[in-house]
Design a protein around this ligand. Structure first.
Ligand code: GLN
Length: 487
């Protein structure tokens, strides 16, 4: 029988309901795993043990009173950019040093209403800008499968703690791939919901037209469970859509037979790691054996996706990050002579290199004279990218693609070259530009023992479809049973 910390959310919930384990015991086991492993993995920025135990005891007491909740007593880790009342929320940045959230993000409030507990702040790239978690101002997270390698990013801490059984599940955010990429590199499931499906109220904004909150989990059923609890309209986020939330768990059971799955030909080209490509091809073949029909599709604007993404994301970030000025949140330099000097010195000292690079790039593409040449042009290309996806998804139910061109690479390998780093997002960022949904499901291991993810991309509000594909694949393979320690 697996240790409590190795359970999935749905398994833990069943054990809690049966009385096999209390929430306190579950959290104690997790805290022990964190103490034993996290000094190496460095997935968490903070864990408040006393607070975690008191949340668990409160859940046990509620259970005794006969109260219910789909996640009653289940601990979840949270990427450091989602507000949880009373907890620090630093976005892995010095500029938010000392800040504590006065309120819960809507996604958190909804999970809390189902009885979930929030046990720790997961490390990330500063303000979610990065693909490896090396841009955190505080620590570098290591990949549990090989400590010399990156966990992916920007939700790298969230993925690493799930993979290392230091959490049952985690919440991350995905602006250009930040849930799917670390899920692929760490061998867990990562889901980016459709733009508008989950409220972003209380998610620190990076690029508001792209950001979504998504779960990182040990299996597809858990992704469906967490999405179910978080999804739906919220009057605090005007971009959240008032359409009804389907029953995701029911969708899982439908299987893959009769489905049509498209392979975008631009995603299977030279430049990919050969082994990763073979693993993804095998996964596609497996889907065919499960009764899906594989068809070729085209996303002709693919070569422009990364450039378009970085123009739009930086432009929006430069505006969103203007609020961190030393007045309202967190850190402020001491003894500045006047307010302007205070703003400037606070921002110079508070933001890291990558964040500054993006604020400068974003300000540049929005400046008079360059606005039309860069920002407006990127918006036009974005419309074409969206049209590509709409067209391709008219001829099939979902797309199958790699998540990233490689498996996890060595720490430091790409930090000197931002362009190389940005190219990791080639298969993921266009989904955010199109605004649809996608997930990463483990589909094999390289000869070095590193996990590889298969991306399933769906149409807008097609979460049922991609979860159904992911589940049928997952249930007929056993990649998810392999653990980092087995190597
Ligand atoms: N790697 C991308 C970036 O650095 C995506 C980040 C994200 O999704 N938050 O912008």
């Amino acid at each position: 029988m697996p240790a409590w910390n190795e359970l999935t959310v749905h398994e833990a919930k069943a054990r809690l309901d049966r009385g096999d384990v209390s929430s306190r015991e579950l959290v104690e086991t997790l805290l022990a795993a964190i103490r034993a492993r996290d000094s190496q993995i460095q997935g968490y920025l903070e864990v408040d043990e006393a607070d975690a135990l008191s949340q668990a005891e409160a859940a046990d007491a509620r259970r005794k009173e006969g109260r219910q909740g789909k996640l009653l007593g289940v601990p979840i880790a949270v990427k450091d950019l989602l507000n949880v009342q009373g907890q620090p929320c630093r976005c892995a940045s010095r500029i938010l040093e000392g800040y504590r959230s006065p309120y819960d993000a809507t996604a958190i409030a909804r999970l809390r209403a189902e009885g979930a507990l929030f046990v720790g702040r997961a490390n990330m790239d500063e303000f979610a800008m990065g693909s490896t978690t090396e841009n955190s101002a505080f620590k570098i997270t290591h990949n549990p499968w090989d400590l010399a390698r990156v966990p992916g990013g920007s939700s790298g801490g969230a993925a690493a703690v799930v993979a290392a059984d230091e959490s049952l599940a985690a919440l991350g955010s995905d602006t250009g791939g930040s849930v799917r990429l670390p899920a692929s590199f760490c061998g867990c499931v990562g889901l980016k919901p459709t733009y508008g499906r989950v409220s972003r109220y209380g998610l620190t904004a990076f690029a508001s037209s792209l950001d979504q909150i998504g779960p990182l989990t040990k299996d597809i059923r858990d992704a469906a469970l967490l999405l179910q609890a978080m999804a739906g309209h919220d009057e605090m986020d005007s971009t959240s859509i008032p359409s009804p939330v389907p029953d995701y768990a029911a969708a899982l059971r439908k299987g893959m037979a009769g489905m049509k799955l498209g392979l975008p030909k631009e995603y299977f080209v030279a430049g990919m790691d050969r082994e990763v490509e073979q693993i993804v091809q095998q996964a596609i073949h497996h889907c065919e054996q499960l009764g899906a029909t594989i068809v070729d599709v085209s996303l002709p604007m693919t070569p422009y996706a990364v450039a378009t993404y970085y123009i739009i994301a930086c432009a929006e970030a430069s505006a969103n990050l203007a609020r961190f000025d030393g007045v309202r949140y967190g850190f402020r330099v001491k003894d500045a002579k006047d307010p302007i000097a205070m703003y400037m010195r606070t921002r110079a000292a508070g933001f890291g290199t990558e964040v500054k690079r993006r604020i400068i790039l974003g300000t540049y593409v929005l400046s008079s004279g360059y606005y039309d040449a860069y920002y407006i042009r990127a918006q036009k290309v974005r419309a074409l990218i969206r049209a590509d996806f709409e067209q391709a998804l008219q001829t099939c139910d979902a797309l199958l693609t790699p998540v990233a061109p490689t498996a996890a690479f060595l720490l430091g390998a790409k930090t000197a070259d931002p362009l190389q780093m940005y190219l990791n997002d080639i298969f993921t960022a266009s989904v955010n530009l199109a605004g649809t949904c996608a997930l990463s499901v483990p589909c094999g291991f390289t000869s070095d023992g590193l996990p590889v993810g298969l991306q399933v991309v769906g149409p807008a509000f097609g979460e049922e479809t991609i979860l159904r594909v992911g589940y049928a694949y997952e249930q007929t393979t056993d990649w998810r049973r392999r653990k980092p320690g087995d190597r």
